[in-house]
Design a protein around this ligand. Structure first.
Ligand SMILES: [Zn+2]
Length: 302
């Protein structure tokens, strides 16, 4: 059984500490993954405004967000401009690629994308993608071969803008099979590799799942007959939940599973044709995420 392993890197702290931690664990178990980097300014602390919303307060309590993310992440970008991650931490990104992992673009500015993608016009979307691709190209010596939208926030404008860049594939939505997205009746040639499994913060604290039972819950969701794509976060599994994640890797390997970068799945799993994308709410996550139409996105019941 294959598990496509996607590492989302959202912040300066996640890049500086979480990525090297994860690279060490993955090397110890001879695992290769796809890392999607946020390379522009770290303004993630602007998420603090969400503290005023009761649903977010509840979520903070449920997932212990301050211990998960650290106060420096929560405050970043609120009092002074955030540091440009791709300038300050280019060596971390280069080392990840040199270690044999697939490296793709997550975002130029993760916060702005997640909060404002709905209002952004075509030019602004293209510009933010261009800045991200440009700095990653400088770091890697070649353009990134793939991308993954922050928070699964994607729409038709994003799909069209991304089709102008040399990405082999994109991973912008939740779903169940590799497909080509349809926009305005036209098929976009870049395949989508959807994430099929829920994330740590979506699962823990719901339906009786705890930090202690999380790994077994996730292992039970894996299905050898289907596409399995897991997202972990450098800020979570790479720092506060590093031991838990290493145990997950060990257990999955013992069960005969193997982890691969998402690009490998492209060779091994047939595309299931084309499909539109749609914004949907999913259990355990605030707001909407982009989903493959017709896919049953199974995050458990609330
Ligand atoms: Zn992210």
């Amino acid at each position: 059984m294959r598990i496509g392993l996607r590492v989302d890197v959202d912040t300066f702290r996640g890049t500086k500490y979480g990525v090297p931690n994860l690279c060490k664990v993955l090397a110890d178990h001879s695992v290769k993954a796809s890392f999607f980097f946020s390379v522009g300014p770290d303004n993630m602390g602007r998420h603090l405004w969400r503290l005023t919303r009761p649903a977010f307060l509840f979520k903070m309590a449920r997932t212990r967000a301050t211990s998960l993310y650290g106060w420096d992440i929560l405050l970043r970008g609120t009092l002074w401009p955030g540091p440009v991650i791709g300038e300050k931490l280019s060596s971390v990104i280069r080392s990840t690629s040199d270690a044999g992992h697939e490296v793709g673009l997550h975002a130029w500015d993760h916060y702005t994308w997640q909060a404002h993608i709905d209002e952004m016009e075509d030019d602004a979307i293209s510009e933010t993608l261009r800045r991200g691709v440009e700095i990653l190209t400088e770091i890697l010596g070649c353009p990134p071969s793939c991308s993954a939208a922050p928070g699964w926030k994607c729409n038709n404008k994003v799909l069209l803008a991304k089709s102008q860049f040399p990405f082999r594939y994109n991973s912008d939505c939740r779903g169940e099979s590799i497909f080509r997205p349809i926009v305005g009746g036209r098929e976009i040639p870049q395949p989508q590799i959807p994430v099929t499994l829920p994330t740590y913060d979506e699962v823990v604290g719901r339906n009786g799942v705890t930090h202690g039972t999380y790994n077994d819950y996730m292992l039970a969701l894996l299905d050898p007959q289907k596409l399995n794509v897991l997202t972990i976060h450098a800020e979570v599994e790479g720092i506060a939940c590093l031991d838990m994640f290493e145990q997950f890797v060990k257990k999955a390997l013992t069960k005969g599973a193997s982890f691969v970068p998402l690009g490998v799945l492209l060779r091994e799993y047939p595309e299931t044709g084309s499909s539109a994308i749609v914004a949907k709410g999913i259990p355990g996550r605030e707001g909407w995420v982009c989903c493959q139409v017709s896919a049953r996105v199974d995050n458990g019941n609330d």
